[in-house]
Design a protein around this ligand. Structure first.
Ligand code: TRH
Length: 372
């Protein structure tokens, strides 16, 4: 049995995987049930306790519900240093056999991560030890979340010539064979309006799909209408369509339809890596530009085996997307037929390398067993 606390996109995925693939009784504690409802429609934000598939979901309210020592499971995962309530820590400490306590950390490609993965941190006053568990891009880290069936599902989708138009039709998207499909998921800081202008002026036809609620201001301005699912408008060579915010499995399928996925944060970024398509990553903006350091660390790894000209162009575009905006020249360099072929091949090789590192849930389970 485990309790899982933390950032919803990542934690919901991990909770489902641990329940489905390891038959664990998982409880997911969530403070913001309304956000959870967006990625899992079955969630009722008004309920303090409910089931979502095989996962039990509880509202992390303030004050925190009373939990007795006997109710504390063998494994407690704290997502992203979310700080467990004092009463819950007391219940953990009151167990005869202490639970394995893991702090699942943020994803970063920075070199120090390998050295910090699995480090213990004894609690200053209670007989408990927390272990840092870092996702990452090397074998020395906890790896990345990847369900057992994911590759088979993606391969079956790719092998079916009717899969893309059929899936898009399900979302209400007419698939008139544009030159390229982009999906857009970003933070409010992204220079979306300028990006739309850039796409309008391109020679290639672009179909850009954006989920309802994402970049709403720029989408509304482009549409000159509310940014609601179903809204669609073409200006010059850009067609923009708003689609519903999807549940996680369908969001994967969406990523499999695109030539390039613009993703953000952590979970959508990792899904875009597994989609094996070109991607642009927007990091969660942090104080003192800490996210730029993280982006450079990722680019240093990801771009290493790309042809040098293409690596420079991709780095320029990705830095622009996370800063002052995307410049036309490096953007265009990504879209020559040779660049597209190289980026697709590179994405496939990279995903294969990442698979070799092992997946996060399996590594977490192994670590928990070793730490009992
Ligand atoms: O929600 P995010 O912004 O999460 C981030 C990261 O965890 C980051 O590390 C943290 O610092 C920041 O929060 C505060 O972006 P992320 O991680 O990509 O999670 C979004 C989830 O939404 C992901 O699971 C994919 C999912 N999603 C859908 O399920 N359907 C959709 O239509 C879309 C657009 C996204």
């Amino acid at each position: 049995m485990i309790d899982n606390f933390g950032d919803i996109g990542v934690c919901w995925r991990l909770a489902r995987q641990l329940a489905a693939e390891y038959q664990l009784a998982v409880t997911l504690w969530v403070d913001d049930l309304a956000s959870f409802h967006r990625i899992c429609r079955a969630i009722d934000p008004a309920l303090p306790q409910q089931a979502a598939g095989a996962v039990s979901v509880r509202h992390w309210s303030d004050p925190f519900p009373d939990i007795a020592a006997q109710q504390v499971p063998d494994l407690v995962i704290e997502g992203f240093g979310c700080r467990l309530p004092a009463s819950y820590l007391d219940a953990m400490a009151a167990r005869a056999v202490k639970p394995v306590w893991i702090n699942l950390e943020y994803l970063s490609a920075e070199p120090w991560v390998d050295g910090c993965h699995r480090l213990p941190s004894p609690h200053p006053s209670l007989p408990l030890t927390k272990y840092f568990f870092f996702p990452g891009f090397t074998a020395g880290t906890g790896g990345l979340l990847r369900e057992r069936e994911l590759d088979a599902m993606r391969s079956a989708f790719a092998a079916d010539p009717g899969a893309v138009p059929a899936f898009l039709a399900q979302l209400g998207v007419a698939h008139a064979r544009p030159d390229r499909i982009l999906t857009l998921f970003c933070y409010p800081q992204a220079g979306v309006a300028d990006f739309f202008s850039l796409l309008q002026g391109e020679d290639a036809d672009t179909l850009c799909l954006v989920a309802e609620g994402v970049a709403s201001e720029a989408v509304r301005a482009f549409m000159d209408a509310p940014a609601q699912a179903g809204a669609r408008r073409t200006k010059a060579n850009l067609t923009l369509q708003v689609i519903p915010f999807l549940e996680q499995p369908d969001y994967d399928r969406l990523l499999w339809c695109a030539e390039m996925n613009l993703v953000r944060g952590e979970d959508s970024f990792v899904r875009a890596l597994w989609a094996e398509r070109a991607l642009l990553w927007q990091l969660y903006p942090q104080e003192e530009q800490a996210h730029c350091v993280k982006l450079d660390a990722f680019l240093a790894r990801y771009n290493k085996d790309l042809p040098p000209g293409l690596a420079t162009a991709l780095a320029g575009v990705m830095r622009g997307w996370n800063g002052a905006g995307i410049e036309h020249a490096p953007w265009q360099q990504l879209w020559t037929p040779a660049a597209q072929q190289a980026l697709r091949l590179h994405a496939r090789r990279w995903a294969a390398q990442l698979r070799e590192n092992g997946d996060l849930a399996a590594k977490l389970m192994r670590f928990a067993q070793e730490s009992c």
